[in-house]
Design a protein around this ligand. Structure first.
Ligand code: BTN
Length: 326
């Protein structure tokens, strides 16, 4: 473990520790402790320094642990794990899985979680703000044959899987903004990114990336240009290890059913959580092209149905981004 991580470990319970005590534990001077505290702050961690008391993390931090994630999985889900990497820092957990050339059986997944992403990716080329330790950054692979994709709807059912996992952990007031933004009380709590590769005849290799805001420090939150929420605002101090396990587990269940039966069995559940149904929305088709209409649910392929003065038009995820008009 690097000195920086040992320091983080000593501060992880959120209690004050004096510079002298930290220095003695780490075998370095107080000045060196200060240098490493600054390095933690540069990672986006909220470290408070109070004269006469020392240093503490503004929010206690339970580190990601491989054993804790594996222990939280049911035997059925555990049997679906080919590998689990828990990383301190990576450009993007999804890129990590896309780069790794390990091949695996079609019924098992490779999973990666990280404390920090230096180049977290969002949908439509956006950045995903990824400060150290304050969110969940989770990616996992899944292999599907062409028929299993059922012409669409995959990204919607992954959103339902994430929503089910959050509900199991006691989070309510959840909704989904088409195609797959998870909202808490109308603000974005989690996002999903799908990377699909493979020949047109399949099989396809999916990398499913899920980002959930857990306890965002103010410095990171100021970089987000849309209304956002984190789990601390939901009154939940969810353990990220448990959260990762729940999301993997619900995703396996949902994806197995989707591969067999398509989107139809999920339509009622989708409707129940559709955040924009009946609302006036603006779709951005490309840089200079926007249209307005009333959101009218989804079609059998998961496309958004827009009512434009009584004329219904369908739009597929990836083609458009949606803004709700207030
Ligand atoms: C969105 O724009 O709503 C999608 C955000 C997806 C973020 C996650 S975090 C884990 C994985 N790694 C990434 O680089 N992106 C996804």
């Amino acid at each position: 473990m690097t000195l920086r991580l040992r320091l983080l470990d000593l501060l992880s319970d959120g209690n004050f520790r004096s510079g002298q005590w930290l220095g003695s534990q780490l075998g370095v001077s107080r000045a060196a402790v200060w240098k490493h505290v600054r390095a933690l702050a540069e990672l986006g961690l909220d470290v408070q320094a109070v004269h006469g008391k020392g240093y503490r993390l503004a929010h206690p931090l339970a580190p990601l642990r491989r054993g804790a994630i594996l222990r939280a999985l049911s035997p059925a889900a555990l049997a679906r794990v080919d590998s689990l990497d828990v990383l301190q820092e990576i450009d993007s957990t999804s890129n990590f899985l896309k780069r790794s050339s390990l091949t695996c059986r079609s019924d098992v997944s490779r999973i990666c979680v990280a404390e920090h992403q230096t180049a977290g990716r969002g949908r439509r080329g956006r950045q995903w703000v990824s400060p150290y330790g304050s969110s969940l950054y989770l990616s996992f692979t899944r292999q599907v044959d062409g028929a299993g994709l059922h012409n669409g709807g995959l990204s919607l059912v992954v959103a339902l899987a994430v929503l089910r996992a959050l509900r199991q952990l006691g989070v309510d007031r959840l909704a989904i903004k088409w195609p797959n933004d998870i909202l808490y009380a109308g603000r974005k709590l989690a996002g999903i990114l799908l990377d699909i590769s493979g020949e047109s005849a399949g099989p396809y290799a999916l990398v499913i990336g899920v980002g959930i805001n857990v306890n965002l420090p103010a410095s990171a939150a100021s970089e987000i240009d849309r209304p956002w929420a984190d789990l601390s605002q939901c009154g939940r101090s969810a353990d990220r290890n448990e959260l990762a396990a729940r999301i993997f587990e619900t995703s396996m269940v949902v994806l197995d059913q989707f591969m067999r039966e398509g989107l139809t069995p999920f339509a009622a559940e989708w409707q129940c959580y559709d955040a924009i149904a009946g609302r006036e929305v603006e779709l951005q088709l490309d840089r200079d092209n926007r249209i307005r209409g009333l959101a009218n649910g989804i079609d059998g392929q998961g496309a958004l149905v827009l009512d434009r003065d009584g004329v219904l038009q369908c739009f597929h995820a990836g083609e458009v981004s949606v803004r709700v008009k207030e």
